[in-house]
Design a protein around this ligand. Structure first.
Ligand code: BZD
Length: 830
C-alpha cells in the first residue's frame, strides 16, 4: 500500500512539491549542502568523487519534483503507456545529459567555479553504465530519451547488471577482458526500492485441479524463487519538464529461500543460496550475436520480464482495472526476442491467476505486444531447448505448446493440404534438438513485427519470415532506427551545435528535420570556414583525450578515418585492414610514392565477444599491423593506425564528432541497420559504405555525390552465393589483394612468425563467409575516390555540411513518431 494511513491535513502535505529557485547562488547552496549531508565532507576535504556525487545529487534534486509530477499526471490521465522491454540499455554517462535536459549547464559551471571547481573534471569522474553490448542496447537508450522529450508516457524495463559490458584491455595486442565495476564508486542516479520487491518463481512442475466452479484448471508449483528489487532511474525529457522512468531489476534471495536451509543448520549453504539468487543479475552476457543457450541467460530473461509484468499490472494500473481492456493501457515493445517469454507469462497470469479462459487470455495477450527484430543472421535467432525451458519454466512451456497447436490449426485452415508449410512455421524446432523458436513466438503473438531499416524489414519479410508474411501481410512493417540528437549532436558536438543554432535557431534539437535549413549554407565560404574550424577543434579535443587516456599520439592534419562498432566478421573489419595493409605494401614495393599517400589516420574501436575466436584474432592482427606501420619511418608519418581499447559511449562522444570518414562496410544484407552510421553523418563525416542497412537510406537522402558507395548489392550477394563463392579466385586474379595477404603471411607483422595469423588469413582465403575478397577491389577504388575528394577541401566540406543538413530524418524522435503511428496507435500526451 502507498500513501499515509489517514487523510493528511497539513497544507504542504498535499501540495505539489516545489522546485528550488535556481540561481547560481541557489546552486552553490544546494551543492554544498549535498556535499556536507550526503558525502559527509567539507569542500576543502572533498575528493573529486565526493564532488561529482554531490553535483549529481544537486541535479537529481532539481529533477525530483518534475519526476513526481510526471508520475502523478500519467497515473491520473489513465492513458496508454509504452512498456519498453529490453534486456539492455547502453546509457552512457548521465550527468551531462541531465544538465543539458534541465538547462543547468551554465549555472553549474559558474557555481562550481565559485567553489574553485571545474565542471568537466567532475563530469569525467562518472563511470558510464554499460548495460548493453552495442547497437541494440544503445537504441533502447535513445528511444527512452526520445519518449521523454516527446511527452510519451513510457516505462523502460530492464536488468540492473552488477557488471556491465567488460572493460577491454590489450596485452601484447590481444584483447583481455576485465570486469566492469561501474557501481564501485557509488551510483547516484538510481533509486532502489527494496520494499517494492517482486517475487519471481522458477522450476518445479504443473498440476491440474478443479476450481470452485467445477472447471478443470492448471497451476504451477514452482520449486524456488528469487526477489526482484526495482531500481528507478530518471529519464529527463529535453527542456520540457517531463521525467520518465527506467526501471531496472536486481535479483536478491528471498527470505524463505535461505531461512529454510538456515533452519536446517547449514549456514554456509544459506550463504551459497544467497549468491545463487544474486547471480541472476550479476553480469551482462557479452555475446551479441550467437546466443549460447545458457541457463542463466534464460533466467535473466524471465526474471526481468516477470518482474516488469507484475509491476505494471499491480502498481501502474489502478486497483480493480478490468484486464480484458489491458491493451488500452499498455503496449509492450519487445526489443528483439530477449523478452519474448513475457508472452506465455501474461497468458499464465491471466489464466492461472485471474481465471481467464484460454481464448479470452489470448485475445488480450496478442494485442499487448509488438516485436522488433534486429538481425538477419540465422545463428543470432534465439532457440531455447524445450528440455531447459521445461525444467526452468514448466508452465510456460505448456502454454507455448498450446499457442503453437492453435496457431498451426490456423495455418492448416488457411493453407489446406500444405503440411510442409505447417511444419516450417511451427514454433517448435525438432533439430538439432527440440527447441522453441522465439522469433516465431514473437511474430505470432505480436500485433506488429518490424525490422530496423527499409532493406532489413524487406529481407525479414521475404527471407526470414516469408511464410508468416504471406499469412499476415499487414503485420509486417518497418521503422528505421534513429539516434538522439541531444546526446549525439547537442552534447557531443557543442561547437557544431552553436554554429547550427546561429544559422537556423535552436529548434533543431527537438525537430531535427530543420537541419535541412542548413543546405544554403553549404556554399557559404564563411560557414564552410567555421565548419572546418570546428572539425579541427573536435580533432584536437580527441587528440588530447587519446593522449591522456591511451598514450596515443594522433598526428594533426590527417584524414581521420574511423571504424567503430562491435568486432564481427559480417561487419568486415578485416576488409578495412586489407586496405591499410595494401597501402603499406604499395609504398614498400614502390608502386605508390610516399608523397602520393593521402595523410590518413585510421581509428578502430571494437570489442570482441570473449568466446569469439576469429574476432579476437582479428583484433590481435589489427594491433600488430598498427605497431609495425606506426613505427615505419619510410611512411614519413603519412599513415597511422590507432586502436584505443575499450570503445564505449563516452569515447564515441569524442570520436564521432572528430571523424572525417565513416566506415560502414558490412556485406550487403547483413547489417540490420547500423546507428553509428547515422551519428557520423549527423556530425559531418562522409560515409564510405555498402548498400546495407540504413546506409541505403543515408545515401538516398544525402545524394550519391556525397556518399562513397562500393561493393555488391544484396541481390548480387545472393546471386554470387547461389553460384558458389570461391574467395581464392579473387586472391589469384588480383595482384594487389594477393600482395596484401602475402605480406601478412610473410610474418612482416608478427616478428617473422609466418603462422601467427593463419586463422584470419586462411579463413579469408578458403571460406570468407562475408565475401570481403569479392568486395576488395571495389573498396580500394572507393577509397581512391575518397582521397581525390579530400584533396579538394572546399568540396569535401561542402559535402560534409550537406550530410548534416540532409540526415535530420535519423533522429530517434522520428523513429518514435513512426512507432506511435504504425505500431502503438497512440499519440503523445500533452
Ligand atoms: O542492433 C544491432 C544490429 O546489428 C544493428 O544493425 C542495429 O542498428 C542495432 C539496433 O537496431 N544488434 C545488436 O546490437 N545486437 C545485440 O547487441 C545483441 C545482444 C544480445 C544478443 C543478441 C544480439
Amino acid at each position: 500500500t502507498y500513501g499515509p494511513a489517514s487523510t493528511p491535513t497539513h497544507p504542504l502535505a498535499t501540495a505539489p512539491v516545489g522546485t528550488p529557485p535556481f540561481s547560481v547562488d541557489g546552486f552553490v547552496r544546494e551543492f554544498l549542502h549535498e556535499l556536507n549531508t550526503n558525502q559527509g565532507v567539507t569542500l576543502s576535504r572533498s575528493s573529486v568523487n565526493d564532488q561529482y556525487l554531490a553535483l549529481a545529487s544537486t541535479v537529481k534534486n532539481y529533477l525530483m519534483a518534475r519526476w513526481l509530477e510526471t508520475n502523478r499526471k500519467t497515473r491520473e490521465a489513465k492513458v496508454k503507456t509504452i512498456g519498453y522491454l529490453s534486456a539492455e540499455y547502453l546509457l552512457g554517462r548521465q550527468l551531462g545529459n541531465a544538465l543539458l535536459a534541465t538547462d543547468l549547464n551554465d549555472i553549474a559551471r559558474q557555481g562550481l567555479e565559485l567553489c574553485g571547481l571545474d565542471l568537466p573534471t567532475l563530469r569525467a569522474q562518472e563511470v558510464e553504465p554499460g548495460l548493453g553490448n552495442g547497437g541494440l542496447g544503445r537504441l533502447a537508450a535513445c528511444f527512452i530519451d526520445s519518449m521523454a522529450t516527446m511527452d510519451v508516457p513510457s516505462i523502460g524495463y530492464g536488468i540492473r547488471y552488477e557488471y556491465g559490458i567488460f572493460r577491454q584491455t590489450f596485452v601484447d595486442g590481444r584483447q583481455v577482458e576485465q570486469p566492469d565495476t561501474w557501481l564501485a564508486l557509488g551510483s547516484p542516479w538510481e533509486f532502489p526500492h527494496p520494499e517494492a520487491a517482486v517475487r519471481v518463481d522458477f522450476g518445479g512442475h504443473t498440476e491440474t485441479y478443479v476450481d470452485d466452479d467445477g472447471r478443470e484448471r492448471c497451476r504451477w508449483i514452482p520449486a524456488w524463487n528469487v526477489l526482484g528489487v526495482p531500481y528507478n532511474y530518471m529519464v529527463p525529457g529535453y527542456l520540457n519538464g517531463r521525467v520518465n522512468t527506467l526501471r531496472l531489476w536486481s535479483a536478491q534471495a528471498t527470505k524463505a529461500f535461505d531461512l529454510q536451509i538456515f533452519n536446517a543448520g547449514d549456514y554456509a549453504q544459506a550463504v551459497r543460496a544467497q549468491t545463487f539468487a544474486e547471480n541472476i543479475s550479476k553480469v551482462l552476457y557479452p555475446e551479441d550475436s550467437t546466443p549460447q543457450g545458457k541457463e542463466l541467460r534464460l533466467q535473466q530473461q524471465y526474471f526481468f520480464v516477470a518482474c516488469s509484468l507484475r509491476d505494471f499490472l499491480d502498481n501502474e494500473l489502478e486497483e480493480g482495472f478490468d484486464l480484458h481492456h489491458l491493451s488500452e493501457r499498455i503496449i509492450f515493445q519487445l526489443n528483439d526476442t530477449h523478452p519474448v517469454i513475457a508472452v506465455p507469462e501474461l497468458m499464465r497470469i491471466l489464466m492461472d491467476e485471474k481465471g481467464f479462459e484460454w481464448e479470452e487470455a489470448w485475445e488480450v495477450t496478442k494485442s499487448c505486444f509488438a516485436y522488433t527484430c534486429h538481425t538477419l543472421l540465422p545463428e543470432a535467432l534465439e532457440v531455447w531447448s524445450t528440455e531447459l525451458l521445461g525444467r526452468l519454466l514448466p508452465r510456460h512451456l505448456e502454454i507455448i505448446f498450446g499457442i503453437n497447436e492453435r496457431f498451426l490449426k490456423e495455418v492448416r485452415a488457411a493453407f489446406p493440404g500444405d503440411e510442409m508449410r505447417a511444419r516450417r512455421m511451427s514454433m517448435i524446432a525438432e533439430y538439432p534438438e527440440q527447441g522453441v523458436r522465439m522469433a516465431y513466438l514473437a511474430t505470432v503473438a505480436g500485433t506488429k513485427v518490424n525490422g530496423v531499416a527499409e532493406l532489413h524489414s524487406q529481407l525479414l519479410r521475404d527471407k526470414v519470415l516469408p511464410d508468416f508474411s504471406q499469412l499476415w501481410p499487414d503485420k509486417f512493417t518497418n521503422v528505421t532506427n534513429g539516434v538522439t540528437p541531444r546526446r549525439f549532436v547537442r552534447m557531443a558536438n557543442p561547437k557544431l551545435s552553436e554554429l547550427i543554432t546561429d544559422a537556423i535557431g535552436s529548434n533543431w534539437v527537438t525537430d531535427l528535420e530543420r537541419l535541412k535549413e542548413l543546405e544554403p549554407y553549404a556554399d557559404d565560404p564563411e560557414f564552410q570556414a567555421r565548419f572546418s574550424e570546428i572539425k579541427a577543434w573536435n580533432k584536437k579535443r580527441l587528440t588530447d583525450l587519446l593522449r591522456q587516456r591511451d598514450g596515443i599520439d594522433l598526428p594533426s592534419g590527417h584524414l581521420l578515418d574511423v571504424m567503430v562498432k562491435r568486432l564481427h566478421e559480417y561487419k568486415r573489419q578485416s576488409l578495412k585492414l586489407l586496405h591499410i595493409v595494401s597501402l603499406y605494401e604499395r609504398v614498400l614495393s614502390g608502386t605508390l610514392a610516399v608523397e602520393d599517400l593521402t595523410p590518413r589516420t585510421v581509428v578502430f574501436g571494437a570489442k570482441a565477444a570473449p568466446g569469439y575466436r576469429m574476432a579476437k584474432d582479428t583484433i590481435h592482427l589489427i594491433n600488430k599491423v598498427a605497431k609495425v606501420i606506426n613505427a615505419d619511418e619510410r611512411l614519413e608519418g603519412r599513415l597511422k593506425v590507432a586502436f584505443p581499447a575499450n570503445y564505449n559511449v563516452t569515447l564515441a562522444e569524442k570520436l564521432i564528432p572528430a571523424a572525417d570518414l565513416s566506415e560502414q562496410i558490412s556485406l550487403a544484407g547483413m547489417e540490420a541497420s547500423g546507428t553509428g552510421n547515422m551519428k557520423f553523418a549527423l556530425n559531418g563525416a562522409l560515409t564510405i559504405g555498402t548498400d546495407d542497412g540504413a546506409n541505403v537510406e543515408i545515401r538516398r537522402l544525402v545524394g550519391d555525390k556525397h556518399f562513397f558507395l562500393f561493393g555488391m548489392s544484396e541481390p548480387e550477394v545472393a546471386e554470387l552465393g547461389a553460384k558458389g563463392y570461391t574467395p581464392g579466385s579473387y586472391y589469384e586474379s588480383n595482384p594487389q589483394l594477393k600482395a596484401a595477404l602475402d605480406l601478412i603471411l610473410s610474418g612482416e607483422f608478427s616478428e617473422g612468425d609466418r603462422h601467427m595469423f593463419d586463422s584470419v588469413v586462411y579463413n579469408l582465403l578458403h571460406q570468407d563467409r562475408f565475401m570481403a575478397l569479392a568486395d576488395f577491389q571495389s573498396y580500394i577504388d572507393a577509397q581512391a575516390r575518397v582521397e581525390a575528394k579530400y584533396a579538394d577541401e572546399a568540396a569535401w566540406t561542402r559535402s560534409a555540411i550537406l550530410n548534416v543538413a540532409r540526415t535530420g530524418y535519423f533522429s530517434s524522435d522520428r523513429s518514435m513518431r513512426d512507432y506511435l503511428q504504425r505500431i502503438w496507435h497512440t499519440t503523445p500526451m500533452i
